[in-house]
Design a protein around this ligand. Structure first.
Ligand code: ZN
Length: 44
């Protein structure tokens, strides 16, 4: 535990869905910044 958690998260900011703000784990880059739930939304 030599690395401070605060420094670690600075280097690796968590991805958040731009639609609902939910934190996402590993996603395909092509999905952009939306979580699976928001990607399934049918645009009117
Ligand atoms: Zn979302």
């Amino acid at each position: 535990m030599l690395i401070k958690s605060s420094e670690f998260f600075k280097n690796l900011p968590p991805k958040k869905c731009i639609e609902c703000g939910q934190e996402m784990e590993e996603q395909h880059e092509c999905y952009g910044n939306k979580c699976n739930e928001c990607l399934q939304v049918v645009y009117k």
